[in-house]
Structures are given as structure tokens and as C-alpha cells.
Design a protein around this ligand. Structure first.
Ligand SMILES: Cc1cc2nc3c(=O)[nH]c(=O)nc-3n(C[C@H](O)[C@H](O)[C@H](O)COP(=O)(O)OP(=O)(O)OC[C@H]3O[C@@H](n4cnc5c(N)ncnc54)[C@H](O)[C@@H]3O)c2cc1C
Length: 444
């Protein structure tokens, strides 16, 4: 059996911080040993730890890192199909395949996410309204399960296990390998239109009017604006550029860095307000701006360790989705956030397309909004209030971001959880796979 080391771990939000025994297998057989050894306190898979809360934590138990199981195993240059291990990083796939004319069909807001993490959270990108989630482009998954060993699942074989694994937060098994379809692109640039939005109604109307014309569409919202300006921001819509269009290369190698934890007070209304005004000023109405793909998809990656800006206590990202006719909830949440004076660095608004296949996947048709909140007293109570409003509107919050949802509200938000538990029982009847998130919301 490979050795383990007790470490203090956190997600990207740096809250909570918990101890676990970490295993770092280099071979699939070693991963299998870890799972079959039924570690005390259970075990959960971990990729790059970019889930914000406790999805890849397992307080007092074991965590198995997939970062050394990261080989690209095959590529079909005709179809764009890639076979790779779960620890392969999306940004590395982009680096390898973009020069060959292929890109990932769905990317989250950072390149530092593993294939296993992208499947387990069934991540979405700025093109959800058109293309759905990451899982839609996955054709086969090899899953290490406690009760059934290594299982190959796809839409055709073990379809229930496949659908439970998309968005299953690592609780159906360890994703050892996957087959994915890449998308052809003609250049490494994206052509972007920027439209400032006056207020929330204006933003929603612009989404409705212009979403269908663009593959990518997302709005940045000034979360401090109140009253008549509530919801003002910038709508950014883009498409892959045709052949021959180039954009200045990003300077990734000399990224600025947040060198230490900024004191919480640094991020007060003034600094965030100044940031927001600056952002709006640099995103005046413009059309047809050619941008490097990295700048468009992963702007935050330009600042290393930006999660330290919220101070030592960390932060929570709150991402909700509500049905199309419940935009009133967005206004209520933005109002509550602005009134609380809790600075939110980033607020992002997007219109989702229809839900996909994943039993516990987060996206569903409607509006999604995400806000960052530094951890401070009273935060849990405020988020609980927001949770109730979201659940009452038949909406839900994103487990890959969440750190505070309770089991009762989770059950209201994810009515398919019982079906998920049923499938899990056949794969892991003794509950070997578990995480801090899973226990908090009673999924395991
Ligand atoms: C700056 C930033 C922007 C983001 N933007 C988006 C976005 O636009 N859209 C979006 O959907 N998400 C977004 N996210 C969230 C992120 O994409 C997900 O949390 C993703 O799951 C993180 O992948 P990871 O490799 O870091 O996995 P981890 O954070 O380590 O784990 C996340 C979950 O995946 C499971 N998991 C990881 N690897 C495996 C494996 N091999 N087998 C089984 N289970 C596994 C873990 O158990 C855990 O439940 C963003 C995160 C950050 C930090």
C-alpha cells in the first residue's frame, strides 16, 4: 500500500480548512489499492482543488489526489476524440491541441481544472445556452468503484452510472479515464462584443435579444450597485474567430501574484467599488474585438493566487440558478448582497440552456448568478436566507461552489438526490466514498 501524509486542505475559497490523509497514486493499481483498502473515515477523489468549498475535502478521512494519473492516452485527428486519465488538466489539453486546431467544447472560468473534476462537477461554460455542459462531450468513463471494481460506463453501457457520475461530485467512484470529443477551431482568438447594461432588466433583455447569435455569452454585474442601478454591468458575447484572425498573445509567464493574505478590510466597499468602476470603464460598448482565447475564457488566471485577496478567513462563492420566469430572485439576492455591505468582487450572470443528463448536475434552463462573499460573522445566516428564496423558486445552488448549504434545503433543491443515492448503493453499499460536502448535505 502506498504511503499517505496528513495535510491541511481547502478548496479555492480557502474555507473550510480540514485535515485528511492524502494519497498520491502514480498507477491505477495503486489507486485501486487505496479504494479497496476502505480507508478509515472514507475516501474522496481530488483534482486541482478548484471547487470552492468542501467537495474535495474529507475531514478526518482520506483524500486521493489524481494529479499523478495524468496521461493523455490517445487522440483521433479525424474526429477530435481524446482519451486521457482523470488527472489531466484542461489547460494542458488546450496547450497540446489548440496548435492542432482543436479546443475543449466547454471550459469553466479557469484553466486549472482536471478532467475528473470537470466531469464530477459537470462543469458549464459561457456557452451553456448553446452547447450544454462538459458531460455532453464525454463518451466513456472508467470508474474505480468500491463494490464493482473498475467499471466502464457510457450512454450505452451502465447508463445510470454514467448519468450519476456526470455531476456526481466524486461519489460514484474515482474517474480513472475518460473519452471526450474536442471541437474544431480555426484560430486561437475569440471575437468579442461588449455591451454595457444599465440595470438588471436591461441585462436580461439584452441576453434574450442577442444570446442566440453568439456561442459565448456572459455578463459581469456590479454587485454593489443599488436602487435604479441594481444589476448594471457589462454583457460580453463572443465567438471563435475565423482563420487568419489573430490577437496579441497573453503574457502568462509573468503573471502578477497576490503575495500574501490581504487583511480582510482591504476588500472594503471602496476598493471593490473602484475595481468595478474601472472594469466598466475598460469595457465600453465595442464590437468585434479580437482577444486571445485565454484572456476571454480565463481572465482571473492572469493573477496568481487571487483567492488570497479575501484575507485569511477565505471566501464563499454563491452560485444559484432559478427558472426563466424567476428573475425576481436575482434582484432579491443582489439587493440583499448590496444592502449587507459584504463586498463581492465578482458577480457573474448568465442564461443557461436546458438541463443535461447528469442526475445531480447543477445547470437547468434559467438564470444563473454567482457572487463572492468573504467569510465573516453573519455570512452563514445570510446565505441560508438566500438558499430559502432560491429553493422556494424551484432553483438550486452549485455544489462545486457551495460551502454552507444544509441537508434539508439541499433535498428541496435536488429532488433527484434519492435516485442518485439508489445508484450509489449498488456501487458503494458501505459508503467508502464520502466527502465533507457529502456528509453536510446527507448525500453519503
Ligand atoms: C476561478 C474559478 C472559476 C471557475 N469557473 C467555473 C465555471 O465557469 N463553470 C463551472 O462549472 N465551474 C467553475 N469553477 C469550478 C470548477 O470548475 C469545479 O469545481 C471543478 O470541479 C474543479 O476541478 P478540480 O480538478 O479542481 O477538482 P476538485 O476541486 O479537486 O474536486 C471537485 C469535485 O470533483 C471530484 N473529483 C475530482 N477529480 C476526480 C476524479 N478523478 N474522479 C472522481 N471525482 C473527482 C471531487 O471529489 C470533488 O467532488 C471555477 C473554479 C474557479 C476556481
Amino acid at each position: 500500500m502506498i504511503p499517505s501524509r496528513t495535510e491541511r486542505l481547502a478548496g479555492w475559497g480557502r474555507h473550510p480548512v480540514q485535515e485528511a490523509r492524502v494519497y498520491r497514486p502514480e498507477k491505477v493499481a495503486e489507486l485501486q489499492q487505496v479504494v479497496e483498502s476502505r480507508p478509515e473515515g472514507g475516501v474522496i477523489s481530488r483534482g486541482l482543488g478548484r471547487a470552492y468549498g468542501d467537495a474535495a475535502l474529507n475531514a478526518g478521512g482520506a483524500v486521493v489526489s489524481h494529479l499523478r494519473l495524468n496521461r493523455i492516452l490517445g487522440f483521433d485527428a479525424e474526429t477530435g476524440e481524446v482519451e486521457c486519465e482523470g488527472g489531466v488538466v484542461l489547460g494542458d489539453l488546450a496547450d497540446v491541441f489548440l496548435p492542432r486546431g482543436w479546443f475543449l467544447p466547454v471550459v469553466p472560468g479557469t484553466r486549472h481544472v482536471t478532467v475528473g473534476g470537470a466531469i464530477a462537477a459537470d462543469v458549464h461554460g459561457k456557452n451553456h445556452h448553446r452547447d450544454g455542459t462538459f458531460g455532453r462531450f464525454v463518451d466513456e468513463i472508467r470508474l474505480m468503484t468500491p463494490a464493482r471494481g473498475l467499471l466502464v460506463c457510457s450512454r450505452e453501457a451502465e447508463g445510470d452510472v454514467f448519468r450519476a457520475t456526470l455531476g456526481g461530485m466524486g461519489l460514484t467512484g474515482a474517474i480513472v479515464r475518460a473519452r471526450l470529443r474536442l471541437m474544431r477551431v480555426e484560430s486561437s482568438a475569440v471575437v468579442v462584443d461588449y455591451q454595457p447594461t444599465r440595470d438588471l432588466d436591461d441585462a436580461l433583455a439584452r441576453f434574450a435579444e442577442s444570446d442566440s447569435r453568439h456561442r459565448y455569452s456572459v455578463a459581469w454585474i456590479d454587485a454593489l450597485a443599488k436602487g435604479r442601478s441594481l444589476g448594471r454591468g457589462v454583457l460580453m458575447q463572443g465567438d471563435h474567430a475565423p482563420a487568419g484572425v489573430t490577437a496579441p498573445r497573453p503574457t502568462r509567464r509573468i503573471r502578477p501574484r497576490v503575495p500574501f493574505d490581504l487583511p480582510g478590510a482591504t476588500l472594503n466597499r471602496l476598493t471593490v467599488g473602484a475595481f468595478n468602476r474601472l472594469y466598466r470603464a475598460t469595457h465600453r460598448a465595442r464590437t468585434g474585438v479580437a482577444e486571445p482565447l485565454e484572456t476571454f475564457f480565463w481572465p482571473l488566471d492572469a493573477v496568481r493566487d487571487w483567492n488570497r485577496v479575501y484575507g485569511r478567513r477565505g471566501f464563499v462563492q454563491y452560485q444559484l440558478v432559478v427558472p426563466p420566469d424567476r428573475a425576481d430572485v436575482l434582484a432579491a439576492v443582489l439587493q440583499r448582497a448590496a444592502a449587507s455591505g459584504r463586498a463581492s468582487f465578482l458577480a457573474v450572470l448568465k442564461r443557461f440552456g436546458p438541463a443535461g443528463e447528469g442526475i445531480l448536475s447543477f445547470p437547468m434552463a434559467g438564470w444563473t448568478l454567482s457572487l463572492d462573499f468573504p467569510v465573516a460573522s453573519g455570512l452563514a445566516e445570510m446565505l441560508r436566507e438566500m438558499d430559502r428564496v432560491v429553493a422556494d423558486a424551484a432553483g438550486r445552488v452549485y455544489l462545486a461552489k457551495d460551502a454552507m448549504l444544509d441537508a434539508e434545503t439541499f433535498a428541496r433543491m435536488y429532488p433527484a438526490a434519492d435516485a442518485f443515492r439508489e445508484i450509489r448503493r449498488s456501487l458503494d453499499p458501505d459508503g467508502v466514498l464520502t466527502s465533507s460536502l457529502a456528509r453536510r448535505v446527507s448525500l453519503a
